[in-house]
Ligand binder design. Structure first.
Ligand SMILES: C[S@@+](CC[C@H](N)C(=O)[O-])C[C@H]1O[C@@H](n2cnc3c(N)ncnc32)[C@H](O)[C@@H]1O
Length: 367
């Protein structure tokens, strides 16, 4: 079921978005490499409709993790509208709610899982070892959020959204990065496959002053542009159509399509990120990105990634038709052996909330 959201942009921003959608950058060259069967389907589900003046309606499934509004009344109204539009979902929602409250299940909510991990609870597999993150030490570091309540308070204070599972998970990643990366080390961060931009927006706010380069499919860029423009009305956000002369001197967010990798100068990035998206790409595309990351990151810069340990990037008919896409296995990514591995472990948070394990790796780039 596609998620829909309406975002209000300034008329000038809506015009620029429309120019991008109508441009050659929207229909790019490397589609075969860029889109796995999974993303051939999901990018076709991402639709951006621009209603004048300045109101943008975006809808989609994967990559679409715009958090719910922080206001309880707005959230309840949205639920009522959804129930009215799709009455068949009411039963599913009630069943899910009942099971969460009364069922015997192994999975925790993101909030409880975050608190368990940051508190070093035994259920979070909190072995003390040089090969594992020590969450007790981590929780004492500056700018680390020790509880889900502290994230909720913080996130609502600067955004108009509630801290959704995706937001809690990305705050957990920012906590992990704090164990090795100091606040002053990051000036330019590049995220590949950022979805609507949850992690990039958290980094922009929590690691300020910092600027972000996002590389994504054009359909998703529309979503990220709308979400980020709304969240940071004063930010300088540049679309792919506005980058013909290269990256400008001054920007807060530069959005690039998969065909614009050459615009990023070598050794110019302090941290490259990929979360939950290599797992859904073609292996040819993953290989291109690993070479790209090694080129654009400066020596002693960082590469942070979190992806399923194994996922087949298949199309929507995978339960009835055999799929030919090979699985993407985290352990088999084309890692650069020169880099220093700082964190490499199964996500202790995600193993408490979902059945599929996600691996987390932070590397320091060594050239
Ligand atoms: C599951 S979403 C993850 C979004 C975000 N990183 C998160 O964790 O919420 C996968 C993302 O990968 C992007 N993607 C898919 N194929 C891509 C490609 N070839 N190059 C760059 N991004 C791609 C999608 O557009 C989407 O933004």
């Amino acid at each position: 079921m596609p998620t829909k959201t309406s975002i209000t942009l300034k008329p000038e921003q809506a015009d620029r978005l429309k120019q991008f959608i109508d441009s050659k950058f929207f229909n790019y060259g490397s589609v075969d490499v860029a889109k796995s069967s999974y993303w051939q389907y999901h990018s076709s589900q991402l639709v951006t409709e621009i209603d004048s003046p300045g109101s943008v309606r975006v809808s989609g499934e994967s990559g679409f993790y715009v958090p719910p509004p922080s206001s309880f009344i707005k959230r309840s109204l949205l639920k009522l509208v959804k129930a009215f539009q799709h009455p068949s979902l009411i039963g599913t929602a009630l069943r899910g709610n009942f099971q969460t409250r009364f069922g015997t299940h192994r999975l925790m909510s993101y909030r409880d899982a975050f608190d368990a991990v940051m508190n070093h609870d035994a259920i979070s597999d909190s072995d003390l070892s040089p090969w594992r993150v020590n969450h007790l030490n981590l929780a004492r570091k500056p700018n680390v959020f020790p509880s889900s309540a502290s994230i909720e308070k913080r996130y609502q204070s600067w955004s108009s959204y509630a801290a959704s599972p995706s937001i809690i998970n990305h705050y957990y990643y920012q906590n992990l990065m704090r164990s090795f990366i100091s606040g002053t080390e990051l000036r330019t961060v590049l995220e590949i496959g950022a979805g609507n931009g949850n992690f990039s927006s958290i980094i922009f706010h929590e690691w300020s002053p910092v600027r972000l380069i996002l590389v994504d499919l054009p359909e998703t860029i529309c979503l990220a542009f709308s979400f980020l423009s709304n969240l940071f009305p004063e930010a300088r956000i540049v679309l792919p159509t506005e980058l013909e002369q290269g990256l400008p001197e001054q920007f807060d967010f530069a959005l690039l399509t998969v065909d614009q990798l050459d615009l990023v100068e070598s050794d110019s990035v302090d941290l490259a990120i990929n979360c939950h998206s290599f797992q859904e790409m073609t292996q040819a595309q993953i290989a291109i990105y690993f070479v790209f990351i090694q080129r654009i990151c400066r020596n002693l810069g960082y590469f942070f990634t979190a992806n399923r340990i194994d996922k087949i990037p298949c199309g929507p008919d995978s339960l009835t038709q055999e799929q030919l896409e090979p699985p993407n296995r985290f352990a088999e990514y084309p890692w650069d052996v020169h880099n220093k591995v700082l964190i490499y472990e199964i996500s202790r948070l995600l193993r408490l909330v979902q059945l599929d394990d996600v691996a987390i790796r932070l590397e320091q780039i060594h050239k």
